[in-house]
Design a protein around this ligand. Sequence first.
Ligand SMILES: [Zn+2]
Length: 154
Amino acid sequence: MESEYKQLKRKLLKIEAILIQQLEIKMEELKEQYDMKIIPVPVIKISWVVTAVNAKVKWWSQREKVDHRRCHTNPFGITRCEIVMAGQVYSEFGREEFMGVFLHEYAHLICIEKYGLNGHCLTFKKVCSEIGGTMNSYLAGERFASAASENFLR
Ligand SMILES: [Zn+2]
């Protein structure tokens, strides 16, 4: 008989595959909507370790890929990127919050590709709330209060 551990692991892998598929569908829509051409499509990973970090974007870059002359540019020369999501966001707060966190991370990539901007600037906040991403209420302020969420891992 299959051990309890193996059963759990199988369940988790199934959930993970479904979640990643949903995120990839959303990402495909946004890729078209924002005409993302420069930054490679990120690989989505879900980490199940206990953490206080909801998600992060990781990228690898090559200096020679940086092209400042072009309007649509990849100012950081990103050649490969990953969005690593904490599975704990899903297990603690549910699918909708999980998607909100993911969209926050994807908004960072849109801002890098479209505006050459990294960080939580005003443009980021606009894009993030536009696509349904979430941010903490400190970042959101009054202007982006509709995108504020307090469901963060601590
Ligand atoms: Zn952020």
